[in-house]
Design a protein around this ligand. Structure first.
Ligand code: ADP
Ligand code: 5GP
Length: 205
């Protein structure tokens, strides 16, 4: 009965510019015990991004080596760059009973769904694709060509939300944060994360 209950693995996806970074920043501030997995990428750092905090910034050769050495749980190409989840720390944290959040795009999310079926998949939707474009333009971290590429990816990604467990619309930010926290709480009680609880009840005297 003293066995540590495994943490829940949350996979969070949303089209670029939808506000997932903003929502997660607030959620993680309220819940510092959650482990946010820092991804590896070959994308160049944006102004203010720090290696090891926002991403591990790798060259293409370094990234491909990491993949060959089975160092990632999943990886994908997005708008011409590689992105991947370092394997070791995520599995270790889950074993320690820590909840873990992966902020990843849809191809990677589908790999996790297959290899780790207990993962809870949450998709954040924008109110509309037009509003998504306006948010990316306002954020101004990418040039017009990259913004156009990201917006054109968005509809394909939104279609993939049908394969997730939960969808949340980020229209009003405060409401979206509350909805996200409610979903995290509900995830604890999903059947796919309850087999240890059921076994404990069955074996208890
Ligand atoms: P992502 O991490 O999904 O790429 P960001 O969190 O960087 O997106 O958000 C993109 C932009 O939209 C940011 O400038 C952010 O301040 C803004 N934003 C986020 N949520 C909302 C919202 N509910 N309403 C209006 N603007 C928002
Ligand atoms: P950005 O360049 O805006 O930081 O991220 C682009 C996209 O890559 C986002 O949808 C983001 O969620 C996704 N992404 C970030 N890290 C990973 C990862 O480790 N694996 C996968 N598959 N996607 C990731």
């Amino acid at each position: 009965m003293n066995k540590i209950k495994k943490g829940v693995l949350f996979v969070v996806s949303a089209p670029s510019g939808c506000g997932k970074g903003t929502i997660l920043e607030r959620v993680l501030k309220d819940r510092p015990e959650i482990f946010y997995s820092v991804s590896a990428t070959t994308r160049k750092p944006r102004t203010g991004e720090i290696d090891g905090v926002n991403y591990y910034f790798y060259s293409t050769e370094e990234f491909e080596k990491l993949v060959c050495e089975n160092g990632v749980l999943e990886y994908a190409q997005f708008c011409g760059n590689y992105y991947g989840t370092p394997r070791k720390q995520v599995l270790q944290k889950l074993d320690e009973g820590c909840d873990v959040i992966l902020e990843i795009e849809t191809k990677g999310a589908m790999q996790i769904k297959k290899s780790y079926p207990e993962a809870v998949l949450i998709f954040i939707l924008p109110p509309s694709v037009g509003e998504l474009r306006r948010r990316l333009e306002k954020r101004a971290t990418e040039d017009a060509e990259v913004i156009a590429k990201r917006v054109s990816e968005a509809s394909k990604e939104i279609e993939m939300s049908r394969n997730y467990d939960f969808v949340i619309v980020n229209d009003d930010l405060e409401k979206a944060i509350n909805d996200f926290e409610a979903v995290m709480l509900a995830s604890r009680f999903m059947i796919k994360n309850s087999s240890e609880t059921i076994n404990e009840v069955l074996s208890a005297r």
